[in-house]
Design a protein around this ligand. Structure first.
Ligand code: ATP
Ligand code: MG
Length: 199
């Protein structure tokens, strides 16, 4: 790099730094964050669990509610339960294969009761509501009730909802919304879901 380029680079970086410093100085609100992670690409639940790990790593308290029971055991659950993270998992009922609306609704509601309790508990810093979006899409849970519980949660508590097709009212209420876009997925090329990677 020539001396002139070096100078230019330095000036540019200085400007970037000033902009960032200004934004950091302006962001002075302390509150729990409500995040929605949606979209068709892979990485929604793993992102949610990543934040749970981050929270627990600081000695803070997290809880996980899983609204879809997959066919595979959950690697994150095996790890995080050992670290004291409580899990509420929809035991019977909804997987992609179920066809019984009544039992699915009952299972979703029973699981939601755990979420509702935790959403009132000030000692819990973060709640992951994994795959909740489908419960709303299928009308297994009442959207008004979900929104009310999130709105009235303790001020410093953060909440993450994952799942495709997040309802607009959820994304509107959220502070942070990320959409994971599918570019391609190994499954489309015939690769089976891999233990330790996909579950
Ligand atoms: P992950 O749990 O890996 O972060 P996700 O939460 O974004 O994935 P879900 O829609 O909950 O995705 O689906 C869970 C399972 O489906 C995972 O095994 C994941 O690898 C797989 N999956 C996710 N996206 C796709 C896709 N676009 N095509 C095929 N399979 C997918
Ligand atoms: Mg998921």
């Amino acid at each position: 790099m020539t001396e002139k380029n070096q100078e230019k680079h330095k000036a540019r970086q200085q400007k970037v730094k000033e902009n960032v410093d200004q934004k950091v100085a302006q962001a002075n609100i302390e509150q729990g964050i409500f995040q929605v992670i949606t979209g068709n690409g892979k990485g929604k639940s793993t992102s949610g669990f990543g934040t749970v790990a981050r929270c627990v790593g600081h000695g803070m308290k997290a809880a996980v509610v899983q609204f879809i029971k997959g066919n595979w055991e959950c690697g994150e659950r095996n790890l995080l339960e050992k670290a004291g993270v409580p899990f509420a998992v929809m035991k019977t009922g909804f997987t992609w294969e179920t066809q019984n609306r009544e039992t699915d609704t009952q299972a979703a509601q029973a699981t939601w009761l755990h979420a509702k309790e935790w959403l009132k508990d000030e000692s819990i810093d973060l709640i992951l509501l994994d795959e909740l979006t489908y419960m709303v899409s299928y009308d297994y849970l009442d959207l008004d009730e979900v929104i009310e519980a999130i709105e009235n949660r303790p001020k410093m508590q953060s909440v993450i909802i994952t799942g495709r097709g997040a309802h607009r009212r959820l994304t509107e209420l959220a502070d942070t919304v990320s959409e994971v876009k599918n570019i391609k997925h190994a499954f489309e090329a015939g690769v089976k879901a891999q233990k330790g990677f996909d579950f």
